[in-house]
Ligand binder design. Sequence first.
Ligand SMILES: [Zn+2]
Length: 430
Amino acid sequence: MTITNARILTFDSDNRVLDSGSVEIRPDGSIGDVNSARARGKNVIDAKGKLLMPALINCHTHLYSTLARGISLPGRAPKNFPEILNKLWWRLDRALNEEDVYYSALVGLIDAAKCGVGTLVDHHSSPNACAGSLDRIEQAFRDVGLRGILCYETSDRNGPMQALEGIRENIRFIDRAQRAPRGDGLVAATFGLHASFTLTDETLRRAVEVNQSLRAGFHIHVAEDGCDAGAVKRLRDLGVLDEQCLAAHCVHVTAADIGTLARRRVNVVHNPQSNCNNAVGAARLLELVRRGVLVGLGSDGYSPRMFEEFKTAFHLQKLLAGDPRVAYGEAYAAAFLNNRTIVKKLWGMEIGRIEKGAQADLILVDYYPPTPLDSGNLFGHILFGIANAPVDSLIVNGCCVLRDKQCVTVDERRVAEKAAGRARALWERF
Ligand SMILES: [Zn+2]
């Protein structure tokens, strides 16, 4: 298949902008020739001048949170982060059953596809439907046709038996993902841990020990709120932090902690909209980057639209610094360069660029630049134009997931109806 007559943003090492060009997609799902010629013949899709760029990546999300949309909490509103966890998320995840897990993931993935997100790094929790839950999420990824890096959030908050169950689910799924036929390429695994403040030394030591042979990265919340301050030092001492580790948030970190994250080459994921919503504070993106920490961008389940996260990251850092000149490079790198680096470190998958040999994860956007567009002024076009434009098509692994703004792999309306029924019952059990 070849996509032609597209305005191409390559995000390759030369960061080229081709005003009109073609991208070949090979049968194995990788990108072939990329050039400025017009292709003709069979298996050619005319993009009609739409913008073609790499599909987006969400480096930290919770698909299990999808069915909470519109839920009302009994009693007074939670006044801080621990109360938000206790009154909302830790009640919701305990109420989930196996089918809820599947439909919650399905809805979240359809939303992601419609926002041009082709790869999601998910952090799952369903304490009363733990064993096998990651298989249900994997099924949802395969049904929609997106890529995912999955894990189960091990925690002692429901007692030591459920912590053990969480560890077992991670081991089982990592083992399975590592045995998947080569070239399968849709689903991979990390080892999920909730957060330092809900994990005992014993559980953390056990997780580190069993992961020695699995060699999967840990995916964990780190210092999201003041209640988890000190997490970096503790996790370092227990052997959790290394270059495969994905540390979500890192809001409440000291200068010494940032040094540790940089030296251990930990992958930090900034989730600006969630941090705003929970009023936990803002990660010091500029300082993290200046000190050499690789920082990517996630949604923490707050929004499927990574363009929104990019914009919020940018705005928040300017506000924090009180300086309108900052955060251009950092916010851009987090969303469009570092997320793909993180996926490559964790998975070895080459996505996030339009270049021969990379995987064909692409989006077509209804964006026709009304002002000159070149690689030098890409930032302004993304921020003020592309980020607000409708995503028309999504291709993942060379296969079409979204076309004419409609999901072609699953029946979106039917899924929504089934999910709404499940959500009603879930809310009653909540
Ligand atoms: Zn999270």
